[in-house]
Design a protein around this ligand. Sequence first.
Ligand SMILES: Cc1ncc(COP(=O)(O)O)c(C=O)c1O
Length: 379
Amino acid sequence: MKNKAAQSLPAKHYPGLAGKAYFNFGGQGVMSQPSLDAIFEAYQYVQREGPFSSKMFSWIGQQLNDTKELFAAVFGGSAHCFALTQNVTEAVNIVLWGLNWQAGDSIMITDCEHPGVVDAVNNLVRRLKLNLIEVAVQSLDGQELVDSIEKQISKDGRTRLFVFSHVLWNSGKVLPLKEINNLCRQYGVLALADGAQSAGVLPLSLRDYDSDFYAFTGQKWLCGPEGTGALYVKESLLGKLEPTYMGWRHHLHGSERGAEKYEIATSSFPLLAGLRTALKCHQEAGDDRSRYVKIMANLNYLKSSLEELGVQTVAGAGASGLLSFKVPGKNHNQLVTDLESDGVYVRSIPEPDCLRASIHYLTESDDVDRLLAAVKKRL
Ligand SMILES: Cc1ncc(COP(=O)(O)O)c(C=O)c1O
């Protein structure tokens, strides 16, 4: 597949794309027909051979292993460094609650984290009497950004964990993962990246980037089903990060050395077949770099065309799949509904008040033209 330009499966393979110009992959991706079929077949198999039976028990183990093997092949690292979760927030919580915090320790976040993650961090801070340090990232770039993070990390000497998004959900800005990981290591701080808006968009090698913790979700850019996600834990930290919730999956595997100890109990195992099929569809469409190149081409086309129309794009976009923009004099929530009536799907963002379009490699330039026409009509 190397060096092949990214080719989407025909739209008919994605029922969620039929008749639409869909730009909400950062909220939830669309599932391919092969993924939907794989889930249906897996559920049928479970009913035929179980649903509770010794055969099913080994099938579940195989589903878990196959999925982790595929994550390792796609994102780098070893299969046993991935714990399967239901979403990215659960993965973040595993790290938040799994460290051996002492009252008075500090945790650092950026000023652009997802509200769900902010709540999770605030809860931890309140209950364990930690200090919260916030670093501004939206308005800074390059070395200035790294310097600002360093200044905050070194502030009180008690920062234990930095929680940051690899791609900011509101503006699409990409934070320098490798530099942040290096900086954190230098100061003895652990780094937890929220990959909700990056996994499935940016070419990624968790081992090369030397990530401590990387959380991601299956249902957004990976176009898998809701209820799937994962936490990557660096090998050397598996002994340091304690499981908080425990159940039979921990009971069976807890003594093993891998990240499976963070998994709890029964979940919708057939969904994993759909997620793996989604990942394979992406691989067949082209390698991660060629898919990224296609995303960037359409994103830049949308960005320059919006700017030509006098629509202001939010600073920071240009290296991820997200493009946020402000339509002058318009209520963005109302605009979301209005654009949907034209078959164009975007979302609004509260801070900064704007619209957000997600450009996937499944996005074609015709979709971009449809979005541009729908916006132009309302200027
Ligand atoms: C940056 C970021 N983090 C976390 C989330 C929450 O995702 P999930 O529902 O998979 O936990 C989102 C979803 O929009 C997000 O954009």
